[in-house]
Design a protein around this ligand. Sequence first.
Ligand SMILES: [Zn+2]
Length: 491
Amino acid sequence: MLRIRNAEGVTVLHETTPENTRKMIASEPLFAADTDDPTFLSAGEIKEIQNRNLKRQMERVADGSAYYKELFTREKIDPAKITTVDDLVRLPLTFKKDYMKDPEAFKLNLSNPTLYDWLWEVTYTTGTTTGVPTPFYNTINDAYATFQLLFRAMKISGAISGMRSVNLFPLGPIPHIGFFRARDITTMSLFGQGSFGCTGMPHPEFKIHRSFDYAVELVERVEAQALVGVASFVRRIIMKAEEQGRDYSHVEGVELLGEAAPRGMRDDIRGRLGNMGADRPFISNSYGFTEMQGAMSECEEFSGCHSPDPSLFFFEVTDEKTGERLPDGETGLLVITHLNRTGTALLRYVIGDYAAITHEPCSRCGRTCMRMEVAVGSTYASRTSELINLKGTLINPEVLRDEIANTKGVTEYQVVFTKKDLSDPYSADELIIKVGRSGGRPEEDIAADLEKRVQRAVEMRARIEFVEMSEIFDPTVALKATRIVDLRPTE
Ligand SMILES: [Zn+2]
């Protein structure tokens, strides 16, 4: 559904169609003024812009990237001959481990920098194998590009200017894009009114962090129209508010980031918000990551994650084994190439997720930019490292997650891979599903339903255990719920 402001300034819900999308854009002066928006151009026109930007980007990289200069020499590649996005296939893939090994080698050191090539800020990637955060540098050029990206992402998700929002990303000890880009998206990009939950690990000296309960109350106090944050965390805020009988009737949209939000999770959130008075809120799940500095957004639930600014990035999907580019619709490794950056710059960078993309026009909004398709269950991507060997069979826990999250009565869950006898490494593998439940559905019903679903998803039997929800996820301590736990001894 689209929210369109009428002549009196009142927002009215409309079906998401190409025609209504145009109407929505016309009704928002800031959106209407964005006449360079490439997401509605023909495939050929988009490619032309991408090729033009890639050519300039290759010159920058050849001039200022220590990593790629070395690679071009070693692989005998003439960077001047990479002039189109189709030529990119001649370049080898860049992996996370290459970037993490020497992040400074990916930071451009241009011979003739302009004012816009000066450093603006440093953000960091999280989840490194060594535990040391990897810096990702943004110049002024990159920061401005990101503001445009975020603006266009909000345009896709149908946000309206001036809206009140609450940023529910925690204020972490290192500048993480979740917190900062949610700040930019809700306040600067759309010129809205943003408030911040400021939860997170307290500093011993500076009393700037707030409690979980403060965030729950804040949403009501500022009458937030939009909530932005990590999916499982935002959901717990909403659960707590419902428990306390709060008024969340003003919530029009929830932007879930940082993890997949399967259909069951979205329906659950919508139901709870509905119980607090909200009218058909848009429960959106964008796909973002540090190396993009933003996210791809949905125009409608499950419509695909649209690349909001194809002039900035080229995406492709490659075969995990051969590294070859795959056609649309096939699942493989998602790969990004920066088309306009002067800080950290990456070419054919493997993000580390399995996904499938399409260039077919979106049937809902009519955009022609690249979209990530729903590839795994009812979610967009899965971490490749999460393929797990259980009882000698490789299973994708994402499929399992989807089935469990979509089971009625399941509020929190955790998948545990263990052994029949943990002290004996040769004992048989065991699959346990811990469930936190709410609502009236009896435990036997939930268990029977779950057993059937797990059997169907991974052809395996699971032991179902009902536990307290806080045993699985305590939002006052953790950033997100841990959905998969492997207790088995490593060999
Ligand atoms: Zn669309």
